[in-house]
Design a protein around this ligand. Structure first.
Ligand SMILES: NC(=O)c1ccc[n+]([C@@H]2O[C@H](COP(=O)([O-])OP(=O)(O)OC[C@H]3O[C@@H](n4cnc5c(N)ncnc54)[C@H](OP(=O)(O)O)[C@@H]3O)[C@@H](O)[C@H]2O)c1
Length: 257
């Protein structure tokens, strides 16, 4: 199993306070990595960092609003100051506001979603890639969504979210080509519905959504945060050494139907 080991690696996981980011940070620590977690809320981040330390791995919690590009460099500097390098970056932080159909969209909402889901992801990747280049390479993993592959039919769904996640899938391909000369691989995952704070708030505004999603998911269950961790470890580790630019759907088969 050595090819899946993250021993000696340093990872930075965004959106590490809860949900898939927390599950990934802990999964990486179990696989041997030291892990920096970032989000906006320090107390929650510290709890995750404590769980990682209990696994006898090093961890720091650093706050940053990743929709604000000016906060990115100091985040990267703090992680490098603590650990000396970054081998793995997981761009997981994201936002998915409901009620943003084409007719209802406002510029403010558009900017809030795009600034975090796409612009923040791109410029954090750029800043971390400069560190990875100095240390001989690395792995970047972007969290897209199956919503970035096909539009939601529900008029109440967040269509700007789908547009941003389609951008994430293309950003993964563009960065994979651009960063390959520096031995930096860039891949992504596109989850289906995973039960987290973000997705559960969607059930409140869209009654019947859970039943509808279950019906069209061949594996007949919604995802749990832990369901994405295997794919994350695969893309972070040498197990995927010859894979770059790919976005793997982790969705219980939903896109097949
Ligand atoms: N859940 C799903 O069904 C689903 C499906 C497909 C894709 N996704 C994607 O998966 C990723 C993780 O989502 P999740 O479902 O695990 O959601 P979640 O549990 O709500 O977690 C979202 C994370 O993003 C962080 N975050 C939010 N706004 C931020 C900002 N402006 N700056 C920095 N960090 C911020 C949050 O931390 P703070 O609140 O501390 O800032 C939190 O850690 C997102 O990119 C999402 O689009 C989710």
């Amino acid at each position: 199993m050595d090819r899946f080991s993250l021993k000696g690696k340093v990872a930075l996981v965004t959106g590490g306070t809860r949900g898939m980011g927390e599950a990934t940070a802990i999964g990486f620590a179990e696989a041997g990595a030291d892990v920096a977690v970032t989000g906006r809320k320090l107390p929650e981040l510290e709890q995750v960092a404590d769980k990682i330390r209990k696994l006898r791995r090093k961890s720091i919690a650093v706050t940053a609003h990743l929709g604000h590009v000016e906060e990115i460099q100091s985040l990267v500097d703090k992680v490098v100051k603590e650990f000396g390098k970054i081998d793995i970056l997981v761009n997981n932080a994201g936002t998915n506001p409901a009620l943003s159909s084409t007719m209802e969209m406002t510029e403010k909402l558009w900017d809030a979603v795009m600034n975090l889901n796409l612009k923040g992801l791109f410029f954090l990747s750029q800043a971390v890639a400069k560190v990875m280049k100095e240390h001989g390479g690395g792995a970047i993993i972007n969290v897209a969504s199956i919503a970035g592959v096909k539009p939601e039919l529900n008029p109440q769904a967040a269509h700007v979210y789908s547009i941003s996640k389609a951008g994430v899938i293309m950003a993964t391909q563009v960065m994979a080509v651009d960063l390959a000369p520096y031995k930096i691989r860039v891949n992504g995952i596109a989850p289906g519905l995973v039960k987290t704070k973000m997705s559960l708030s969607g059930f409140e505004v869209m009654p019947g959504r859970e039943e509808m999603l279950l019906k069209r998911t061949p594996l007949r269950r919604l995802g749990e945060p832990d369901d994405v961790v295997g794919a994350m470890i695969y893309f972070a580790s040498d197990a995927s050494a010859w894979v770059t630019g790919k976005t793997l759907e982790v969705d219980g088969g939903e896109l097949l139907t």
